[in-house]
Design a protein around this ligand. Structure first.
Ligand code: ZN
Length: 386
């Protein structure tokens, strides 16, 4: 009897709780615009086709700049995911452009995040426009990819986070590229975890993000960009991502990350070869680059080595071409100065443009601006004299 009563009371309490939680959820879902506008402190909104953007009065110029990025993003979206605007509009996506937010379980860094449960994207308006263009593309890429996975009736969580993040980063690199760094330390991709960073944000470390980007970039380079959607399709068939990955790529997922450790041995081998046989060193380094694509730790150094070989042999166009590839990894004033010095042999306009960029970069990086201004006027004199 007593037991029965307890069960009744518990049952009723649980049902009431369930109803409260459910109605809370429905309430939030249906009033998310209003609630989130308060949360993110936005007071204006604009319909942008498949989403609504919420912003603060006075940010119209910034909004316009973001709007200008859309054609490029759309073209890339169609290439990779081919989602129709009608399908995308059904998601009822809201984007908040503001400063204030608190991260909940958003999987993201401080530039922005996409929360699939609520179909919202937050963009931190304090970022520079070039950073925001990249973040905006990144978050939209998450949204597109999640829609693609949903459409195939694959559980979004069955696709590991490193794939979600790597795909978003690769997507953004194609439309609004950012300078990137080398990876300092690698971990097995399936073991990368969200941590609480020093400033209290939850997310992956910058180093983890780079590893995810390198991992996706290598797949795209080895196969082609269709590998991304193919991985989802194969996961559906195999009912397991790791099996799908192995089947499609013949790579061992447990060891795949080791590819992204700096290959010191190879570097030493090239350095030694350069001393004795420049032609053979050139050949070997080009082969290695051909094998690896663009994203690997030794890339920048190999471009420097090849650049110096070409300069020695007065092959200036080739030197310029290979050294320009360093711009993916470097943006300090000295790289622009070097490019200006190389370009002066083959392309005067470019030489001047790089000298100007060196000054801008010195200003940005708070280096000795005067030294680079002097360099610019020297280059101008040289260019006029010729
Ligand atoms: Zn992301």
């Amino acid at each position: 009897m007593f037991k029965k009563k307890i069960i009744w009371i518990m049952g009723i309490t649980l049902s009431v709780l369930a109803i409260l939680v459910m109605s809370g959820w429905v309430l939030v879902k249906h009033n998310k615009d209003t609630l989130l506008s308060i949360y993110f402190d936005t007071n204006q909104e604009k319909d942008m086709g498949f989403f609504t953007i919420h912003y603060q009065k006075g940010d119209e110029a910034l909004l316009k700049k973001l709007e200008d990025t859309l054609p490029k993003i759309k073209t890339q979206q169609e290439r990779w995911f081919n989602q129709s605007e009608v399908t995308l509009a059904k998601a009822d996506l809201d984007i908040y452009l503001s400063t204030e937010y608190k991260e909940t379980d958003a999987e993201h860094d401080e530039g922005g995040f996409y929360l699939k449960e609520f179909e919202i994207i937050h963009l931190n308006k304090n970022f520079t426009i070039s950073e925001l263009e990249n973040v905006f593309s990144h978050e939209l890429a998450h949204f597109y990819f999640v829609k693609y996975v949903n459409d195939l009736k694959v559980d979004v969580d069955d696709i590991p986070n490193w794939v979600h993040e790597g795909v978003a980063m690769s997507f953004a690199q194609r439309v609004f590229p950012e300078h990137i760094e080398q990876i300092a330390e690698v971990l097995p991709l399936m073991e990368l975890e969200i941590i609480e960073t020093e400033d209290g944000h939850k997310g992956y470390t910058g180093n983890n993000y780079l590893e995810m980007l390198y991992a996706i970039e290598y797949l795209i380079y080895q196969f082609d960009e269709k590998i991304i959607t193919a991985l989802v399709e194969e996961t559906k068939k195999e009912k397991d991502f790791t099996r799908a990955f192995t089947k499609l790529t013949s790579l061992d997922l447990d060891k795949y990350h080791e590819m992204f450790v700096t290959n010191e041995e190879k570097l030493t081998e090239f350095e030694n070869l350069m001393q004795v046989d420049e032609a053979e060193a050139e050949k070997q380094m080009l082969l290695y680059i051909e094998e690896r694509g663009e994203y690997f730790n030794e890339a920048s150094l190999l471009y420097t080595y090849l650049g110096s070989i070409y300069m020695n042999q007065k092959r200036y166009s080739e030197a310029l071409e290979i050294l320009e590839r360093k711009l993916l990894y470097h943006f300090e004033p000295t790289i622009y100065r070097h490019l200006s010095e190389v370009a002066i042999h083959v392309d005067k306009e470019k030489s001047l443009a790089y000298a100007k960029e060196a000054v801008k970069s010195a200003r940005r990086n708070e280096w000795n601006v005067e030294a680079f201004e002097d360099f610019l006027s020297e280059q101008e004199k040289l260019l006029k004299a010729n």
